[in-house]
Design a protein around this ligand. Structure first.
Ligand code: NAG
Ligand code: NAG
Ligand code: NAG
Ligand code: NAG
Ligand code: NAG
Ligand code: NAG
Ligand code: NAG
Ligand code: NAG
Length: 581
């Protein structure tokens, strides 16, 4: 037991007492042979230990006065538990399935501790605190779990739950897809700038011409090839483009030193840190960072959210956090802890969009403490105006799956925006991957769906990234992972256009759904609480060759002849009944 900075305060005796009791009970516990089944379900692993801190604050007032703050008392309490757990581990190496591994970890810790005199170690460390709760991470054997569960203040011990990322499999090198292959009309006059400004109320209009479908499809109303002769593949967006808005991305790798991110010297794009199960390390460099298994996922996500050519919000700031391992409960709450405790230098009130690409199904009553804790932690950041965008994952099932009694978290939380993917593209291999079937609004066969999903966005994107070893790479890829940064980007442009509005999760979701295209997602019931397709506020649909076969906003605001009206379907008709609204 090392923690005795505290000894000068009288109340500490209560804690020391607790600690002693633990030690006496636990020293050299005999290795009890469990039955095989039990042994298999819990092996040596990292566990989250949930602490109820209320205990430490209910001490007599007089002793409390020795501390400035409730947090300080709680901190000491947590530290004493960390030390206690550390000692417990050191004294009970024989309970581990693999004692050599734990011995090795302990040795490493000894070195580290001598170097920087810290409480935290590789085998027991503080992860996060909110209100009256804290989470400690520790590497435990099955026997130790049961002992720690009985510690005073500990209300749960759970394995460090893994989350999955969701990209989809197909990836088609170097081909660009377009709804209409002969759409190279050079004339720009087919769109009407004033009309767009009037509808969107944007301060200034910016345009990316002849660009990717994942961009053009979100800046126009429903495209219908029977009334629009040539698909408009421009992306229209407010010229603020996410300026002064911070997008935080936690993913596998980032590169910010090529043209997709050097377009605007006034924005900040940089790597912040590399997170592993028990450590936070600085990135390899500010402009390039990657995990040990450098994957491209993070770079693609950043490009779609905020790249100059392929991104929805090309002026937004992007902060990259590398997750060294898979996303787990530990790494996720650690990321959020960094933002929560960073008082304004990174995390700015009402300026942050945070997109989560991970999630997992949880069985009913499973991992409840982890789910509740994650919810409350997100809520604390929500209260400061952060907006979380989360992907609905790719298991082709309802996110609240009543039949299997399982729910997808964090997407199902009512304090995050949960995004599903559309696009139903059929490739014709004979014609060299040209798309022969085009259903941009069709729910994909891989996306999850159902109650709890808040909005859908295209899941099929084109990107250009700087890879770690092979230089630039152009490609296409699909997955709910890539629908998420599209919504993230749209949110950033809305926030940059309205810098004085303090959006929060609720007001942003309401606004997004208001400007989205309603009831057009095929494969989702009409009027379903999730049937919204992402749109950035520009709804007029233009035809690139100015030829229309209809009227109204879905056909370039074309007017009908004098004795006709424009029907809800966008056709001119003499039957006024069809034109109500
Ligand atoms: C923590 O303890 C307090 C008081 O003992 C209790 O009211 C509260 O429900 C506990 N919280 C948790 C998460 O167990
Ligand atoms: C828990 O913490 C909050 C402050 O964050 C405090 O208002 C509340 O009274 C605490 N609850 C208990 C049971 O101590
Ligand atoms: C979902 O994404 C994961 C992670 O990329 C991948 O391993 C899996 O094959 C995908 N599943 C489907 C149905 O596409
Ligand atoms: C943003 O979303 C992408 C894809 O869904 C994901 O890979 C990335 O980790 C997310 N960013 C954050 C901050 O989680
Ligand atoms: C694609 O869309 C068409 C038309 O809506 C439909 O018949 C087909 O089943 C869809 N395919 C997938 C994989 O969703
Ligand atoms: C990627 O595509 C762009 C055109 O969109 C082209 O200029 C560039 O050379 C391509 N890069 C690679 C590596 O293919
Ligand atoms: C959807 O809601 C509208 C308005 O409430 C209603 O008129 C319409 O019948 C509903 N459609 C379906 C398919 O339920
Ligand atoms: C396209 O427009 C035509 C004419 O208004 C209409 O009959 C048809 O239903 C529309 N198609 C879709 C997919 O909305």
């Amino acid at each position: 037991m090392q923690n005795f900075i505290l000894i000068k305060f009288s109340f500490i005796w209560s804690i020391i007492l607790i600690l002693f009791i633990h030690s006496i009970n636990t020293k050299n516990i005999k290795y009890s042979k469990q039955n095989k089944k039990e042994k298999e379900s819990f092996t040596d692993n990292y566990y989250a230990i949930f602490i109820n801190n209320t205990l430490s604050t209910s001490l007599p007032k007089t002793t409390k006065n020795n501390y400035n703050k409730r947090e300080e008392i709680q901190k000491e309490f947590v530290n004493s538990l960390i030390n206690e757990i550390h000692s417990l581990i050191v004294e009970n190496v024989n309970t581990y399935d693999n004692p050599n591994k734990i011995e090795e970890m302990i040795e490493k810790d000894k070195l580290r501790k001598r170097e920087n005199h810290q409480i935290d170690s590789n085998i027991a460390f503080h992860l996060s605190s909110i209100n009256n709760r804290s989470v400690i991470g520790a590497y435990l054997s099955n026997d130790l779990i049961n002992i720690i569960k009985n510690y005073q203040g500990v209300y749960d011990v759970l394995p460090n739950r893994h989350f999955e990322y969701a990209s989809h499999s197909n990836s088609n090198s170097n081909f660009n897809y377009n709804f209409n292959f002969n759409s190279n009309s050079k004339s720009n006059s087919y769109y009407n700038k004033n009309e767009i400004i009037k509808e969107t109320k944007w301060k200034n209009l910016a345009i990316k011409s002849n660009t990717d479908n994942h961009l053009s499809i979100i800046s126009q109303g429903k495209y219908n090839e029977s009334i629009i002769e040539v698909y408009d593949n421009n992306y229209y967006y407010p010229s603020s483009g996410g300026e002064n808005i911070d997008i935080f991305i936690f993913d596998s790798s980032f590169a910010f030193d090529y043209y997709e991110f050097t377009n605007n010297e006034n924005r900040i794009t940089k790597c912040i840190s590399i997170l592993s199960t028990n450590e936070i390390n600085p990135p390899q460099s500010e402009k390039r960072c990657h995990s040990m298994f450098s994957k491209e996922h993070g770079s693609i996500v950043a490009d779609i959210a905020a790249g100059d050519k392929h991104g929805v919000a090309p002026n937004a700031n992007v902060y990259g956090f590398v997750l060294e391992d898979e996303a787990t409960f530990f790494s996720v709450i650690k990321e959020l802890e960094i933002l929560k405790n960073d008082h304004g230098s990174l995390f700015r009130k009402n300026k942050a969009v945070i997109n989560f690409s991970f999630g997992s199904f949880f069985k009913e009553n499973e991992y409840t403490s982890e789910i509740e804790y994650l919810y409350d932690l997100i809520q604390q950041l929500n209260d400061k105006g952060a907006i979380f965008v989360v992907c609905a994952q790719n298991n082709s099932q309802p996110i609240n799956n009543k039949k299997e009694k399982e729910i997808l978290y964090p997407c199902y939380f009512d304090n995050v925006i949960c995004v599903g993917a559309t696009d139903n593209l059929t490739y014709d291999s004979y014609y060299n991957n040209e798309i022969i079937d085009k259903h941009p609004y069709q729910l994909t066969d891989y996306s999850n769906y159902g109650e709890g999903v808040n909005i859908y966005a295209p899941g099929f994107v084109t990107y250009e990234i700087m890879t770690q070893y092979y230089g630039l790479k152009n490609d296409t890829i699909s997955g709910t992972s890539f629908a998420t940064p599209i919504v993230t980007g749209v949110i950033a442009t809305i926030m940059s256009e309205n810098p004085n509005q303090n959006y929060n999760y609720k007001t942003m979701l309401t606004y997004l759904q208001e400007i989205s295209l309603k009831n057009i997602v095929e494969g989702v019931e009409k009027n379903h609480s999730s049937n919204y397709f992402i749109n950035n506020g520009k709804h007029v649909v233009y035809s690139k060759n100015k030829k229309y076969h209809g009227c109204g906003i879905n056909a370039g605001n074309q007017k009908c002849q004098k004795n006709q009206c424009c029907t809800l379907d966008g056709l001119c008709s003499k039957n006024k009944k069809l034109c109500l609204n």
